[in-house]
Every structure is written in C-alpha cells, then in structure tokens.
Design a protein around this ligand. Sequence first.
Ligand code: NDP
Length: 231
Amino acid sequence: MPQTWMITGANRGIGLALTIELLRRGDHVVAAARNPWGGALGELAAAHPGALTPIELDVTSDASVAAAKEALAGRAIDVLLNNAGLYGPRDRQSGLDVDFEAWREVFEVNVYAPVRVAQAFLPNIEAGQGRKIATISSRMGSIGANPGNALIYRSSKAAVNMAMVVFGNAVRARNVSVLLFHPGWVQTDMGGGGADITPAESAGGLIRTIDGSGMAESNSFRDYTGEPIAW
Ligand code: NDP
C-alpha cells in the first residue's frame, strides 16, 4: 500500500532527492514548493502523473499555506516532512555584526514555518495511517554537540528543535509522532559541493529511519542514519 508524503521545499536539494526516491519506490508525494511546476519537479510531475501532486507553497505565508490547505482538504497524508530551509548570509553571523533583518527571515522559514505547516496539515495527518511529522533541523542547532559560529542559522535550528518538541507534546495524545533530523552534510546549494554525502544518500537514510520510527521515537533528535544527537 503506497504511503503519501508531503514534502516542503521539494523542488531542489534534499527535498527533491526525497521526492525522487519516494516515487521510485512507489509512494505518493505531495511536492510543495514556491514554484512546483518548473525545473526538475515539473519533469517528475510529467513522468509520474497520479503519484506526484505539485502544490504551490511559500511556507512563510499564511495566505499560501491556507490556499494549499484548502486544495488538499480531505487528502490523507502519512508523513509530513518540513524540509524547506534557509541559511542566511554567510557573513554577518558572528555575533558581533548580526544582520537582524536576515535573522528574522531565517526564523520565518526555519522556525515559524514548520509549526505553521504542521498546524495547518494536522487534519490530513490525522486522516492518514503513518501519523508522522518530520522536520529537517541540523546538527548545527545542537548546543551540546557542536557550538561554533553561524549565529543566525544555529539559533534557528536550536529554536525549531524546541518548537517541534512542544508541538510533539501537544499532539502526543492524538497519536501523532514528531521527529527531528540532521540530514548529514549534504551536497546541495546550501551544503556546497565539498559536503560529505549526496542528496540521494541523505534521502535514502532519512526515509529508512522515518519508516522505522513511530510514537516510541517521538520528540527525538537524530541524524539520517538514526543516531541520536545531543540537543
Ligand atoms: P537548499 O538550499 O538546496 O534548498 C532549500 C529549499 O528550501 C529549496 O527548495 C527552497 O525553495 C526551499 N525554501 C526556502 N525558503 C522557502 C519558502 N519561504 N517557502 C518554500 N520553500 C522554501 O537546501 P538543502 O536541500 O541543503 O536543505 C534542506 C534542509 O536541510 C534545510 O532545512 C536545511 O537547513 C537542512 N540541512 C541541510 C544541510 C546540508 O548540508 N545541505 C545540513 C543540515 C541541515 P526555492 O527553490 O524556492 O528557494
């Protein structure tokens, strides 16, 4: 029985690799992106009519989320994957020269949006069998494992960890599990060409780990292979 996954930021990077791998194994994907019709996602949609549902979604916009929610009303979703993310400017993240406007923008995408999207599509998740909400955080958000520079990005990932754990507490009684992941250091526009692993390797590991997760793993923070990461 194919599962239905909804993935934000499905048009490139890790989100696109997840979409490709899920379609390959016969699952259905609601591929959410600011422009879901162009590029690689457009080609995939043409090649997989029926299995891929492109949906326009700017995760920072209440109006865009409301429109997507209406378009998907009544559609069961087994796994919601909050993947869309932003790093912010590579400079001005040291703590001595923070770009506050950029910090706000990164929080919109990395912190507020996963909660906004999870809230909006909770009825779809409750209509599904999988009942999982996974959010791509980062090891860079771990205070215990890896403090360093990149104030804007690190603080956003630390904040989304806490936000989704509180969300997980709120939906525990509804039997919905909430999972947080570090996807590895991945060769994408964000990770750069010199990163450790390919998007396909990251996607394969994430899917395996999410497949094997349920309520017992809710509110855990792990890497794509399932190894726990310090908060
Ligand atoms: P990319 O920069 O390659 O892709 C980012 C994706 O997020 C794009 O699809 C982009 O869409 C989307 N996005 C950004 N803002 C919005 C928005 N407002 N609404 C909808 N979509 C948006 O990043 P990666 O694939 O590398 O990263 C995916 C996730 O993994 C992120 O959360 C990132 O923080 C995390 N991560 C990545 C690591 C890595 O090494 N690559 C390491 C640790 C964590 P658009 O094309 O429209 O801009």
